[in-house]
Design a protein around this ligand. Sequence first.
Ligand SMILES: Cc1ncc(C[n+]2csc(CCOP(=O)(O)OP(=O)(O)O)c2C)c(N)n1
Ligand SMILES: [Mg+2]
Length: 619
Amino acid sequence: MSGTRRLTVAQALVEFLASQHSERDGREQRLFAGCFGIFGHGNVAGMGEALRAAADRLPYHMARNEQSMVHIASGYAKHSNRLSTFACTSSIGPGATNMVTGAATATVNRLPVLLLPGDLFASRVAPPVLQQQESAGGPDVSANDAFRPVSRFWDRINRPDQLPGSLLEAMRVLTDPAETGAVTLALPQDVQTEAFDYPAELFERRVWHVARPVPEPAMLARAAEVVRGARRPLLVAGGGVIYAEATDALRALVEATGIPVAETYAGKGAMPYDHPSALGAIGVTGTDGANAMARQADVVVGVGTRWADFATASHSIFANPEVRFVNLNVAPVDAFKHAAVPLVADAREGLEALAGALAGWAVDGQWQEAAAAHNRDWDQRVERVYRAGHGPLPSQGEVIGAVNDAAEPRDVVVCAAGSMPADLHKLWRTRDPKQFHLEYGNSCMGYEIPGAIGIRMADPSREVFAMVGDAGYLMNPGELVTAVAEGIRIIVVLVQNHGYASIGSLSEASGNGRFGTRFRYGTDGGDDRVLPVDLAANAASLGARVLAPKTVGELADALKEAREGDGPVVVHVETDPLQYVTIGGAWWDVAVAEVSDSESVRRARADYERSKQDQRHYL
Ligand SMILES: Cc1ncc(C[n+]2csc(CCOP(=O)(O)OP(=O)(O)O)c2C)c(N)n1
Ligand SMILES: [Mg+2]
């Protein structure tokens, strides 16, 4: 195609996005399934016009909160193994800054999302415009500069001819598995509407290959040598195993060598829960077996993990003084962590290459048998938690058991913050690599409902169960309205325990007696009377179908009933906030006051200092 097309910047952008595709392993898909948005004066005319005119080529979806629409895009991208996502358009000012938390969440989790906040007039004729900050940084700084530290690529399109180059760079970053995250293109509202003669080839169908880099032979040889020398190796599977669709390769390596596997939050599902080499969750919220074997391991092979503090128990879980790391990761920044032998490669390519390089070698039989015994023991403990029969209110562990029973192997559970992620990490029996969807890079309260919408949009053949605490729900229930409007069935399991149970127990552990963590009368939650809050009625008022089981038996029936009909269903269940899942777990570094007038804080500080002694650098 030659020649030019005279289009506004917004029209050119939308036409371009509609023609982008990604490809991996020969499979192509649209890079953008559509565009979510909320209009305001900063985007209604420019972007609004372009999106209306191109709605058949780039479907438009209305959101109710800008942060949520970015979470929808993240949920979609995570479920799609980062091969496809949404664009998100907002106005300037609060509409834009509402997206900053969504951007941070996407970037921490290395998930591609394209953010298109409106921006101040480039012409600057009549400042300050509505919502303009008038930053001390000068007139070329706007609220959108707040996206810079939470974006992997950031640009402001001040002239129409800047658009093509910036778009190509944006697509490169979005489709690069090592660099991906939020990409922000700030769009001054006048520039959105300016026409320009764009080269027609800008709008041709373009396919972005998502790379599977192979390991460098010299580093592969070194990695294999280290693993072959191991007596007690442990493999830790992170999200990269799942994004790279490397679970079959992982299983082949594990079955050939007998190396036991533990899983991070993002990596849970890399192995089926009942595989004899599967130790389940590792770290702060880990299983006894994974943590016991981590303490002894002499070689730790991290695959597709960014080694967040939850996985390493704040650098305390790998306690063998001789421990060495081999990190297989597509991102060099992760491959080099813990002074590892860095194997910079795609997880699937790397695991296959490693299996080849380890041919004929296997782990000592006792170490293998120890893993199998841990697997069996842990599952019996899970069974006891699932069937605890606690009363009068059910425990959270029983709620997880009921949801796990109700979920088909391909169904998805999604969660993000509160006490639930910890319990799910330990207790959920994962049967499919895409079954466990935890946003735990940012652990952002309010991700659960929009995240579930994104997952369901990515794969309507799977039922999606969003596990959300009462406080997480309160922070962000509005996207239920979007699910109602679009007939998107998600099953929200709303766990009412009247406050921040998770932070409450952290508060207690740091000597602060649950100060400011319970939803009660008064300012600090110190009054014992529960508030007359009815979140079931709230969900019903937003148009969701609501079920309110009181017992675990009723919950099981409600979860069956929830699978029928269109639109969102909220299953409201009250649990006992003090009925903890006490099994598993390890230390987490949460600093405690060094001096205090409180005896309980001083005791907590003494405990803290003892635990700190187990913390180390991996050099
Ligand atoms: C946006 C945001 N604000 C604050 C936090 C810190 N935080 C983590 S969990 C939590 C409480 C969650 O309460 P709820 O959703 O009711 O779950 P519960 O802890 O009761 O299980 C808070 C405040 C967070 N993770 N995200
Ligand atoms: Mg709660």
